[in-house]
Ligand binder design. Structure first.
Ligand SMILES: *Cc1c(COP(=O)(O)O)cnc(C)c1O
Length: 358
């Protein structure tokens, strides 16, 4: 018997969430973001689930090449562009679109010899202060790009720091007005919105949107994903592989962190931090056993976690376990562990098989 742990990927949910992103900004084309192995869901399933997207965008050059090899013919955008001059030939061969966000990339592009000019996405730093050119430098950068033989069309993009926050230090309106000023009078299509902006800021509709987490059924902010009609695309499921009977005062696991207040049954689940389950999930983190909500107890170990079977007198070895997904929003597990759903999805490790379901 194989280890019972798997990430079940619901392709219909990926499709439905993509349709929801499109419906939120119907005039815009969609770059479906599939970086980080499609947020942990498996790149190939991302490509299948987002077959209707206008383009796919990601960070990893090798993954972009794989998308081409698997037959993705529509646009692919590299969200961080080139890392070294050697990337140019590969991007040229596979017709990848490039974000250009710094001087070093401009220099690489200036001396590039290519078969066909690149579609470029000029990234503008409107206040996030990670990637991009300052707004006042944009017209000059645009002119330099236009003069390069390796450059074809030029589009503009920026990224919002607080599209999901209520009263942020830097708000969407400020970033938007910097973006508009920087691009005033320049020709090129615009892409602005991540998931939070797509769902919450209609004023950010532009030529393209760049949703990521919402496509996987994750909430981009503090509101529940179900509140946006998003469907979880990943269900992390496993089973009990052992059951222990504890007496009052018995302890469980490393550090003996959980001590039974009375006699109880404890289930051992085949899933641990080596699978991507967060080690910081404390006693009390929600989990489903045979569809019944119970709690993780004691420390998460590398290959196992232990759960309270008090509400489940019938549960035994083989009982099904859902760590998150159908019936248990990933955001609830994330909140208990002090993180966000994004991190949990992405952290699923290679040893966990991904299995597609329609
Ligand atoms: C990851 C990423 C996105 C998607 O963000 P979500 O919050 O997952 O929707 C959009 N744009 C850029 C530049 C990104 O790096």
């Amino acid at each position: 018997m194989p280890r019972p742990l798997a990430a079940i990927i619901n392709l219909a949910a990926l499709q439905s969430n993509l349709a929801l992103a499109h419906a939120a900004m119907p005039q815009a084309k969609t770059w479906a973001v599939v970086k980080a192995n499609a947020y942990g869901h498996g790149l190939e399933f991302g490509m299948q689930g987002f077959a209707n997207a206008d383009g796919l965008s990601l960070i990893e050059l090798d993954a972009a090449v794989r998308l081409r090899e698997w037959g993705w013919h529509k646009p692919i955008m590299l969200l961080e562009g080139l890392f070294e001059p050697g990337d140019i030939a590969i991007a040229d061969q596979h017709r990848l679109e490039l974000v250009i966000h710094n001087e070093q990339q401009l220099a690489m592009l200036a001396s590039a010899k290519v078969h066909a000019p690149f579609s470029i996405h000029l990234k503008i730093n409107t206040g996030m202060n990670r990637l991009g050119f300052t707004p006042d430098s944009v017209p000059a950068v645009y002119q330099r790009l236009q003069a390069m033989p390796a450059v074809g069309t030029i589009a503009f993009m920026t990224h919002f720091a607080n599209a999901e926050e209520q009263e942020p230090v830097l708000n969407v309106a400020t970033q938007l007005s910097r973006f508009k000023q920087a691009t005033a009078g320049l020709q090129g299509s615009l892409s602005l919105a991540n998931s939070a902006a797509t769902l919450l800021h209609k004023e950010l509709a532009a030529d393209w949107i760049r949703p990521g987490v919402m496509l996987y059924g994750g909430s981009p902010g503090s509101r529940s994903a179900a509140g946006f009609d998003l469907q979880p695309a990943m269900t992390l499921q496993s089973a009990l592989i052992a059951v222990q009977r504890l007496k009052e005062g018995d302890a469980v696991g490393y550090g003996s962190q959980f001590i039974a207040a009375q006699a109880m049954r404890v289930g051992v689940v085949a899933c641990g931090y080596a699978d991507g389950y967060p080690r910081h999930a404390p006693t009390g983190t929600p989990i489903l056993v045979d569809g019944v909500r119970t709690r993780v107890i004691g420390r998460v170990s590398m290959d196992m976690i232990t759960v309270d079977l008090t509400p489940l007198p019938q549960a035994d070895v083989g009982s099904s376990v859902i760590l998150w997904g159908d019936g248990l929003p990933i955001e609830e597990v994330a909140a208990a562990a002090g993180t966000i759903g994004y991190e949990l999805m992405c952290a699923i490790t290679p040893r966990v098989p991904r299995i597609a379901r329609n």
